[in-house]
Design a protein around this ligand. Structure first.
Ligand code: NAP
Length: 263
């Protein structure tokens, strides 16, 4: 099955793909030969250098400045993919935010909660609703096409931090959304997975670098190092390649053993 652009290459939509974990995922997928559509809050000029790095793999990279909190953005992303490529093989819901300020749950605010929920949970849930019909249609036309969806949640989906409750709740909710979509899309042969990264070196964790350096040195992790974006990129590659094709709905922890129970 070929692209609207005639290339025949597979197409991946990765939200927040121009930095951090999203960029690690895009590098993996570009290395596997995918055309990439990605988005973020920054302007095209601000991401042009990073985009060039991805384009060096020789495939098409489309960047849209888009705020995922807006419903029209989600429709625009799906519409762009339909018009420009005519196919969607992979959706990676990666974009996410930490709480605007860390506050004890007793002092946390409703606007802060709504902001985090809207980027981390509402947007990925409804992006799947808008993107899944493209995959369903594609698999009807060409049943040999493999498609999959991956939601990037966090160890925080299952580990309570009282100074960023809204983040933990948003990731736990997205974890349930992953399960719901895995069940709903099963009949179409579209697996849905969840990846839970642990403490990963990105801009999101830049402000807590020394705190976690210390905790890692004190034995917080079984594998005593920071997670890197490429650790998640490699896990995504295995899922997209079909190495876990009989495991829809499963959770992959990429956390250096942070969540292992140890006696
Ligand atoms: P990051 O470096 O802060 O990157 C976040 C990405 O999301 C950026 O590309 C950003 O766009 C995009 N984004 C944020 N809000 C957006 C919005 N409203 N509309 C469109 N795009 C938006 O974070 P990261 O550490 O790579 O995190 C990636 C994912 O992994 C997140 O879901 C995060 O919760 C999860 N995670 C991270 C860690 C960690 O330790 N870093 C651990 C577990 C899970 P711009 O580039 O334009 O700003």
């Amino acid at each position: 099955m070929s692209n609207e652009n005639g290339s025949g290459r597979q197409v991946a939509l990765v939200t927040g793909g121009m930095r951090g974990i999203g960029f690690g995922i895009c590098q993996s997928l570009a290395g596997m030969g995918f055309d990439i559509v990605t988005c973020g809050r920054r302007s095209s000029d601000e991401v042009s250098g990073v985009k060039l790095e991805l384009e060096a793999h020789g495939h098409e990279v489309v960047y849209l400045q888009a705020d995922l909190r807006e419903d029209k953005t989600l429709l625009h992303l799906a519409g762009t993919i339909r018009d420009q490529f005519g196919r969607l093989d992979v959706l990676i819901n990666n974009a996410g935010i930490a709480p605007p300020d860390r506050r004890d749950v007793l002092d946390a605010t409703l606007p802060g909660f709504q902001e985090v929920m809207s980027v981390n949970c509402t947007a990925p849930h409804f992006l799947i609703q808008h993107a899944a019909p493209l995959m369903i249609e594609q698999r009807r036309r060409s049943p040999e096409c493999t498609c999959c969806i991956v939601n990037i949640t966090s160890v925080s989906a299952a580990v309570a931090s009282v100074d960023r409750a809204e983040y933990c709740i948003s990731k736990a909710a997205l974890s349930m959304a992953s399960m719901i979509w895995a069940v709903r899309l099963g009949e179409y042969g579209i697996p849905v997975y969840e990846i839970r990264p642990g403490i990963t070196a990105t801009d999101m964790t830049a402000g807590v670098r020394s705190k976690y350096d210390e905790r890692i040195a004190q034995g917080l992790l079984v594998q005593p190092r920071w997670g890197m974006p490429e650790d998640v990129g490699r896990a995504v590659a295995a899922l997209v390649r079909g190495d876990f094709s009989y495991s829809s709905g499963q959770i992959i922890n990429v956390d250096g053993g942070l969540t292992l129970k140890i006696l």
